[in-house]
Design a protein around this ligand. Structure first.
Ligand code: PGA
Length: 253
């Protein structure tokens, strides 16, 4: 059985009506696929509301972001608890588009991870270096630094337990470009994620259990080979996930 995860990051490609239509038009297929594979759709907030509002409970959903705050005067923000209330299970945090366009810092990202854990959501933390860093062989040090947000987030938690977290390795030069990083490099970066994340951590006995994804230009023609890279436990899929036939091929290949 294929235990890999297929996480669809729809970004802002579709309107919320189109997101709801994607689910209703492909409902039976999605449910059948989800019987055998781990599938998570991450629509817009409004898309999530529409999908759940129409009584759809069988499709696993994630959000593309959440507030780092629990509650209060934060105009325009959506809390992790609100997402949890409508049966969202996952939330993407620290996507490079949010880091670059909305200036999210590691401190904010660590708070979002903690907020997700407090609301019993599984965060999907995105990490990855730029082409320049890759060329200068700074990938390891940069991603190691990005992973410290997990230690920081753990310091914000009280309960001694193993907190689930997905980590998506998404080199910036692969996102939306059609260029996939060398497979050997992906393998090494996933091994680094294993090594640097707090599997059993810290004084308080808190730790993370990590599932590793690869993201960046995954499509139906390259997914077969990408699946064979040691350490790939699933994919975070952008553009190719908004076309159901392509998404299904990625899963089936
Ligand atoms: P892409 O996006 O598959 O379109 O490259 C992946 C992502 O940004 O998560």
């Amino acid at each position: 059985m294929d235990l890999r995860w297929y996480v669809a990051n729809w970004k802002m490609y579709l309107s919320s009506i189109e997101e709801e239509a994607f689910v209703s038009e492909n409902r039976q297929d999605l449910i059948r696929l989800a019987d055998e594979k781990n599938i998570v759709l991450c629509p817009s907030y409004l898309g999530i509301g529409l999908i759940r509002g129409k009584g759809e409970k069988n499709i696993s959903l994630g959000a593309q972001d959440c507030s780092e705050e629990d509650k209060g005067a934060h105009t325009g923000q959506i809390s992790a608890e609100s997402l949890s209330d409508i049966a969202v299970d996952f939330v993407i945090v620290g996507h490079s588009e949010r880091r670059q366009k909305y200036f999210e810092t590691d401190e904010i990202i660590s708070k979002k991870i903690a907020a997700a854990w407090k609301a019993e959501l599984t965060p999907i933390l995105c990490v990855g270096e730029s082409k320049e860093q890759f060329d200068k062989q700074e990938s390891f040090s940069y991603v190691t630094e990005q992973l410290t947000v997990l230690d920081l987030a753990l310091t914000m938690m009280q309960e001694e337990k193993r907190y689930p977290c997905f980590v998506a390795y998404e080199p910036l030069f692969s996102i939306g470009t059609g260029v996939v990083a060398p497979h050997d490099h992906i393998k090494l970066m996933l091994a680094l994620i294993d090594e640097k994340t707090p599997h059993s951590s810290m004084a308080k006995g808190l730790s993370c259990s990590i599932t590793k994804l690869y993201g960046g230009s995954v499509n139906a023609s390259n997914s077969g080979k990408l699946k064979k890279i040691p350490g790939v436990e699933g994919f975070l899929i952008g553009k190719s996930s908004i076309n159901f036939a392509e998404f299904k091929k990625i899963i089936d290949t």
